[in-house]
Design a protein around this ligand. Structure first.
Ligand code: FES
Ligand code: FES
Length: 164
C-alpha cells in the first residue's frame, strides 16, 4: 500500500512524514518521530497510556490514523517543559508522588492538562471523571487525583497574583 506525505505541527514544530493507511498517530510519534512519552499499552483505546492532545483535545493516539492528522496540531508530554522548568502539572505529579512505574504517567498528565485548560478549577469528581479512561496499575489513583487538584492550584496561582 502506498505511503502518503503528511505535515503536522508537533509541540510547535512543523514535522513531515510518510505514513501508510494503517499507521496510527501513536506509531508515527514513537516509531517515526522518536517521541516515546506516549506509551504503547493496549492499542485498543482502553488504557489511556497513549493519550496526546490533538487540536487541544485528548485523544487515544493508538486509535487515530496518522493520515487523519495531516495539517493538524499535536501536543505530547515532550512539549510541556521549558528546558529545566517543568510544567505545573508535571511538578504536581512529582510532589504528590503520583507516579510509580511511570507507564501511565504521560497519558495521565496529558488528560489532566486537557481538563485543566478547559476547566481550570475542577471538582474532585470532575477530575475522577476526566481520568476515567486512564488506567494505572500501581498507584491506586488517589495520589494522581491529588496531583491534578494540586496542579489546578499551581496553574491558577499566576492568574490570582496578576489579579491582585
Ligand atoms: S495504548 Fe492507546 S488506549 Fe491503550
Ligand atoms: S504508575 Fe505504574 S501504571 Fe501508573
Amino acid at each position: 500500500m502506498r505511503s502518503t506525505a503528511i505535515a503536522i505541527d508537533v509541540n510547535g514544530q512543523e514535522q513531515e512524514a510518510l505514513v501508510r493507511p494503517a499507521t496510527t498517530l501513536l506509531a508515527l510519534l514513537r516509531d517515526q518521530l522518536g517521541l516515546t512519552a506516549a506509551k504503547r499499552g493496549c492499542e485498543q483505546g482502553g488504557c489511556g497510556a497513549c493519550c496526546v492532545l490533538l487540536d487541544g483535545k485528548p485523544v487515544m493516539s493508538c486509535l487515530v490514523p496518522a493520515m487523519a492528522v495531516d495539517g493538524r496540531s499535536v501536543r505530547t508530554l515532550e512539549g510541556l517543559a521549558h528546558g529545566e522548568e517543568l510544567h505545573p502539572v508535571q511538578e504536581a505529579f512529582l510532589e504528590e508522588w503520583a507516579t510509580q512505574c511511570g507507564f501511565c504517567t504521560s497519558g495521565m498528565i496529558m488528560t489532566a492538562l486537557a481538563l485543566l485548560e478547559e476547566r481550570p478549577d475542577p471538582s474532585r469528581d470532575e477530575v475522577v471523571r476526566a481520568l476515567s479512561g486512564n488506567v494505572c496499575r500501581c498507584t491506586g489513583y488517589e495520589a494522581i487525583i491529588d496531583a491534578v487538584m494540586a496542579a489546578a492550584g499551581r496553574m491558577q496561582a499566576p492568574m490570582r497574583q496578576a489579579a491582585e
